[in-house]
Design a protein around this ligand. Structure first.
Ligand code: FAD
Length: 637
């Protein structure tokens, strides 16, 4: 397997412009001769499908929900970054690029990140033109707020519903193309395999989730915009349906899986409250603009927060990181919370939590202002915890939130399978070992609106596509493989529910491959996960039948894949003998508990190649070069 990133030559700020000129074009009359499959209709998929259709390509778009409007993207709360510098506070394309490379702890590709920063402004213009109701200041200009890892205000937002509003914009662009017949939309269809013919991705096998029927869809190219795999941890902030199946099936067909262990643990979630909990809820990072994080100074202090005087509180982020304070990046803030909890200073009934306190902000700005900024988030918190955050501080703790790892892609967003492109959270992305807040929406929409429309044209214009029929042996083999797997899942008549096994997997992952990892723990996980997988295939129960709406079957298929993805994550974490960003190997940390990178040996992307059921995956590397942002120890002090 060859990892050729295809980074264009030339100065960093001219690479994308030059590349756009150098790439092949498809003339308008020829575009209608090409067909593209888009799997996923979240922000990356909906924007990509709409843009490709707008150009004139024939697009088929798939999602497993009953409407594209229900993609996980709808949950995004806090905002989307863009280097507009509307605040005149020192922002620029280069600063967004710099912050992102540094924020990712120097484990991302400079050229991709610069392109992302370059197109970020266009995303805001595009969305405003679509009518996305971004927050505005009194004078009517777009407002901004700050997110972690940046000292400028560059985050555009729509109250605490930014993802929903952006998705409505992308969805309407998609609907327009559906109405014009340029996009055929297949909701309630789950992709279960990629069809690769003569080394090129030429189609997919999907299951109609209502009838159970297997269908084949063929095209000239396939894009996966299928989101992240963080639900491997069972408890996460993800939509319950989010899964890694599409990416995993592509991996098994030859797409390299990059940096699988890079998982973001978000510092601002409502703490776990009990053993039978099935979901965690994010409180947006935007709250850290006005909320102050603290714990009692004394170990075991059980007093109510209001009874703890100011001088007995430890505003630990402000103390340790005075220049970034409560807006220290996610990995740094999460680890700091873990440290104070491990010291015995955690708060709340489980003592695994820290306070996020708005009292100062309410005194300074008034309750109305805070309600205007975060009203829906406060309401959500109160509904879940039955505590009024206008009166008592919120309790928060880190939780799994985002996967920086994903399918490896080159500069064109093409995977190691020619013709298989990957966009949004599903690719290994531009975020290195730690994503900065409000940058996922930016990346998904950059990929869909501004990158794929060019690079897809280049691919289609540069290749010849022989017609493919459904009786091609590779098509038949893919369908047979999917059918056999479904039958073996339905044959499981054991005594343990799939959810119970998934919960156990989540516990293993959280304990050994969560916020902190070490060699011994990862080796333990690498024994426990295969054993649990065996338990799944021997003792799980999957009720129902093939040709019906069968949510147990859908879930079982996804958990079966998580049981394999989890193992690759641990393997990757074990092999990366350094700490970087969210990947903290306890053996490689400073006295203060900060990540210590090993640039000499690990300044690379690790991309794993599938080599068969009974053999170990092969690790390849793509070396990373830092020409424009000098490698340095991250400091937010
Ligand atoms: C609570 C929360 C708040 C967040 N807030 C922010 C924020 O403020 N700012 C920010 O930048 N980021 C935020 N994020 C992260 C961000 O929302 C996601 O990273 C981003 O929306 C992912 O978009 P996507 O298009 O890549 O994938 P998704 O939105 O996850 O869409 C995946 C699509 O793929 C489809 N799909 C998946 N598998 C299959 C399959 N096998 N077959 C068919 N279809 C399939 C799904 O149906 C769906 O349409 C937040 C995340 C969460 C959980």
């Amino acid at each position: 397997m060859e990892l050729n990133a295809k980074i264009p030559s030339g100065p960093i700020d001219q690479k994308w412009t030059k590349h756009k000129f150098d790439m092949k074009l498809v003339n308008p009359a020829n575009k209608r001769k090409y067909s593209v499959i888009m799997v996923g209709s979240g922000l990356a998929g909906a924007s990509g499908a709409a843009s490709l259709a707008e150009l004139g390509y024939n697009v088929k778009c798939f999602c497993y929900q009953d409407s594209p409007r229900r993609a996980h993207s709808i949950a995004a709360q806090g905002g989307i970054n863009a280097a507009k510098n509307y605040q005149n506070d020192g922002d620029s394309v280069f600063r967004l690029f710099y912050d992102t490379v540094k924020g990712g702890d120097f484990r991302s590709r400079e050229a991709n990140v610069h392109r992302l920063a370059e197109v970020s402004g266009n995303i805001i213009d595009q969305c405003v033109a679509q009518g996305v109701p971004f927050a505005r200041e009194y004078g009517g200009l777009l407002d901004n707020r700050s997110f972690g890892g940046a000292q400028v205000s560059r985050t555009f937002y729509a109250r605490g519903q930014t993802g929903q509003q952006l998705l409505l914009g992308a969805y309407q662009a998609l609907e327009k193309q559906i109405g014009l017949g340029q996009v055929e939309m297949y909701s309630r269809h789950e992709m279960l395999d990629v069809i690769v013919i003569d080394g090129m991705a030429r189609g997919i096998v999907v299951r109609n989730m209502v009838t159970g029927e297997l269908e084949v869809h063929l095209a000239d190219a396939v894009v996966l915009s299928t989101g992240g795999y963080g639900n491997v941890f069972f408890l996460a902030t993800y939509a319950k349906g989010a899964n890694g199946t599409a990416a995993w099936r592509a991996y098994k067909k030859g797409a390299a899986f990059a940096n699988p262990c890079f998982t973001q643990i978000h510092p601002t979630c409502i703490p776990v409250s009990g053993e039978y909990q099935s979901k965690l809820t994010l409180m947006s990072e935007s709250l850290r603009n006005d909320g102050r994080i603290w714990v009692p100074k004394a170990v075991g202090d059980k007093r109510a927060p209001g009874d703890i005087p100011e001088d007995e509180r430890d505003y630990y982020l402000e103390r340790i990181y005075p220049s970034f304070g409560n807006l220290a990046p996610r990995d740094v803030s999460s680890r700091a919370a873990k440290r104070v909890v491990d010291e015995g200073r955690g708060v709340g009934p489980t003592e695994v939590g820290v306070y996020l306190d708005f009292a100062d902000a309410i005194n300074r700005l008034g309750e109305d202002k805070i309600r205007e900024r975060y009203g829906n988030l406060f309401e959500m918190y109160e509904r879940i915890t039955d505590e009024d955050p206008y009166k008592v501080p919120m309790r928060i703790y880190p939780a799994t939130h985002y996967t920086m790892g994903g399918l490896w892609v080159d500069y064109n967003l093409e995977s190691t399978i020619p013709g298989l492109f990957v966009a949004g959270e599903a690719n290994f992305s531009d975020h290195g070992a730690n994503r900065l807040g409000a940058s996922a929406l930016m990346q998904g929409l950059a990929d869909g609106y501004f990158v794929l429309p060019y690079t897809m044209g280049n691919y289609l214009g540069s290749n010849k596509f022989e017609p493919v029929r459904e009786d091609h042996p590779e098509v038949i083999a893919a369908v047979t493989g999917v059918e056999e797997r479904i039958r073996s899942l339905l044959a499981l008549e054991g005594s343990r529910t799939v959810m119970d096994i998934h919960r156990e997997l989540g516990q293993i992952m959280w304990e050994y491959c969560g916020m902190a990892r070490n060699k011994e723990g990862l080796e333990t996980a690498l024994k426990k996960i295969p054993a649990l997988r065996e338990e799944f295939w021997e003792n799980a129960i999957v009720p129902g039948t093939f040709n019906e709406l069968n949510q147990s079957l859908e879930y079982a298929g996804r958990v079966a894949d998580f049981l394999e993805i989890g193992e690759l994550m641990c393997r990757d974490a074990l092999t990366r003998e350094e700490s970087c960003g969210a990947h903290l190997r306890e053996e490689y940390q400073s006295e203060e508990g900060e990540a210590v990178r090993d640039d000499e040996n690990f300044s690379h992307v690790a991309a794993w190649e599938y080599t068969g059921e009974d053999s170990e995956p092969k690790r390849h590397i793509e070396p990373l070069e830092f020409e424009y942002v000098a490698l340095a120890t991250r400091s937010y002090k």
